[in-house]
Design a protein around this ligand. Sequence first.
Ligand code: BJW
Length: 250
Amino acid sequence: MEIEPLIELLLNTTRVAVLTGAGISAECGIPTFRGEGGLWKKHRPEELATPTAFSQNPNLVWEWYDWRRGIIGSKDPNPGHEVLAQWEKVFPSFSLVTQNIDGLHQKSGSTKVLELHGNIWKFRCTEEGTITDNHDVPLKKMPPLCEACGALLRPHVVWFGESLSPTILQKAFLTSASCEAMFVIGTSAVVQPAASLPLQAANAGAKIVEINPDPTPLTSYADFSFRGKSGEILPAIDKEFSRRFKEAKE
Ligand code: BJW
């Protein structure tokens, strides 16, 4: 797809929103969920990513998260994450909403990230609801227990059938209702309510920019569809945008 019309749009836009999914971290070596090599090809979501699975077999679920923490902890952000961290400083209003739990946006320098599905580096006490940071790889105790009350800890993530944080979700919907352009990057756009955010943005008049090697249910709503890896396409867009932005200021 031609980059020029998008650059024109970005040069005339102040309110930009971004929704990311597992695909943005794929080039770091972190498996996505769906598609070739995806986590859900090898594991059944019902056995690992539901409250029932956790109550029936907390050890199994924790072993899976421990394994994933091992992978994620050894990875660094890629150029796609880095561009988004830069854009936070470039656009007068910039919101980054992610479905990812890997914390790589923050690691690349993004400071205001709305994490819809939680964060793998946080624990939540199943009794008191207290949230704590933990970066141990591997975990010291399996399953981990709350230091304050001894109850079972769980990963501070959102499983199927669980509600997202109403505060975070409300902020995400406000963002999509008020942006002028929304980038949708590396998501299969099938998991709700996250997948509704770009539709809401489109209904409110925002231009939708999709970056994904494959088409998704969102593709027919997109004004710009870039087929490829976000770690390559975002830097290409940014390079041209930065050049034209500087030129316009001179
Ligand atoms: C690249 C690339 C590269 C590759 N560059 N791109 C309405 C209708 C129908 C169902 C529901 C509904 N509302 C709620 C539901 C139920 C359910 C749901 O949506 N189910 C659908 C699957 C049908 N939703 C929920 O249960 C949610 N809760 C909720 O809504 O509560 C209220 C409620 C409950 C029940 C009924 C009704 C209301 C909670 C959803 C929680 C999702 N949790 C997970 C696990 C998080 C923790 C963990 O990681 O362990 O979140 S599942 C998994 O999917 C994870 C992801 O964040 C999420 C989205 O996946 P994502 O990011 O899109 O990844 P992939 O793998 O699917 O796609 C990767 C993409 O990248 C692909 O397109 C590639 O092509 C691309 N790609 N390389 C760019 N280099």
